[in-house]
Design a protein around this ligand. Structure first.
Ligand code: TXA
Ligand code: MG
Length: 318
């Protein structure tokens, strides 16, 4: 049996050219970004985009994020506005996704947009993602590289664990630094955060000088990250707990927790960035160790902690 990890490739110039060929031939690859790994394909090709939906088992109504190299490249696909330009200057390239109105001339696959008149765009910062975008002539549709409703992968091996041999080519960019998905900001009307991330409302406020709305529970579902069960490790998750359940693991945060064989500390120093970067990795590890459940201690709901709590809350939905 072929080892699935043989599908992982070092990001040297030879393999980047190989990745380019894959994309040009409407194939799908695993791509590192600074947040999580993406499942990337040619955003202009219906064929590529259909493959992404099918691999992820993702409902077609849920649109994909389109990744661009820079502002110049996205002008033909979306309609820019002044709020976007301010946020772009402050945070791009980086872990933030913008929802903008679609340019009627856009060549982005309508399937990737889930039939909407808006497009989610992101300019990733990861060196390897940027190198690939630089040699490509098309933007990349790239949702997180996990089966729909599961947790995102933060290493090339996680991508292979999710898809096995169905993904023939994963570029190895090491462990993702941030470890949680990008902040999503809807800029089609009053600026609104649809998904929390490392770019917090406070950081956005500093740039826009006005309070940004937060709407993670709209009347109609516009993003799967807004569905109830999401970010699931595949075993029950219980939040705001003081101890683990019988046969279960306990995810902790801060120095007051002892070390034990079923205790897993996200950050002994109580650092929320470190905790976020360890969250999915730790959940995957616990599942592999065959624990029956995951209990999680209370995690401060401030700064990046809001994104952590958002993911945990959805993971604990039953
Ligand atoms: O960090 C990230 O954003 C990663 C990396 C790979 O870039 N990508 C990611 O993609 O998390 P995905 O597909 O797992 O999550 C994208 C979210 C989904 O909840 C989707 O519904 C939402 O963005 N989205 C995409 N297009 C949208 C649109 N036009 N309006 C509202 N939400 C949209
Ligand atoms: Mg996702």
């Amino acid at each position: 049996m072929q080892n699935i990890y043989l599908n992982i490739y070092k990001p040297n110039s030879f393999n980047l050219k190989k990745a380019k060929k894959y994309i040009e031939n409407c194939n799908i690859i695993g791509l590192p970004t600074e947040t999580v790994y993406g499942l990337a394909g040619n955003a202009y090709s219906d064929k590529s985009v259909k493959k992404i939906y099918s691999l992820k088992k993702r409902p077609r109504v849920n649109p994909l994020i389109i990744h661009f190299k820079n502002l110049k490249d996205l002008k033909s696909d979306v309609i820019l506005n002044s709020t976007f330009v301010k946020l772009y200057k402050a945070f791009c390239p980086g872990p933030i996704t913008f929802i903008l109105k679609k340019n009627p001339k856009s060549k982005i696959s309508q399937i990737a947009c889930g039939g909407k008149k808006t497009i989610a765009i992101r300019i990733p910062k990861h060196k390897i993602a940027r190198k690939l975008l630089k040699i490509l002539k098309v933007p990349l549709a790239a949702p997180s590289a996990n089966i729909s409703s599961k947790i995102s992968p933060t290493s090339a091996m996680d991508v292979c664990d999710e898809f096995g041999k169905k993904i023939k080519f994963v570029l190895d960019g090491g462990r993702c630094k941030i470890g949680l998905e990008s902040t999503i900001v809807d800029l089609t009307s009053r600026p609104t955060i649809l998904r929390h991330g490392v770019i917090t409302p406070k950081k956005i406020y500093k740039v826009l000088k006005k309070k940004i709305l937060v709407n993670q529970k709209p009347k109609s579902i516009t993003a799967p990250g807004q569905l109830n069960l999401h970010y699931s490790p595949g075993i029950p998750v219980y939040i705001n707990k003081l101890e683990p359940r019988k046969g279960g693991a306990f995810i902790t945060f801060g120095k007051k927790f002892k070390n034990d064989k079923n205790y897993f500390n996200l950050s002994k120093t109580g650092n929320l960035n470190e905790a976020a970067s360890n969250l999915y990795k730790t959940m995957r590890y616990i599942k592999k160790l065959k624990f029956k459940s995951i209990s999680v201690c209370k995690i401060p709901n401030v700064e990046f902690g809001r994104a952590i709590n958002d993911r945990l809350k959805k993971a604990s939905y039953s």
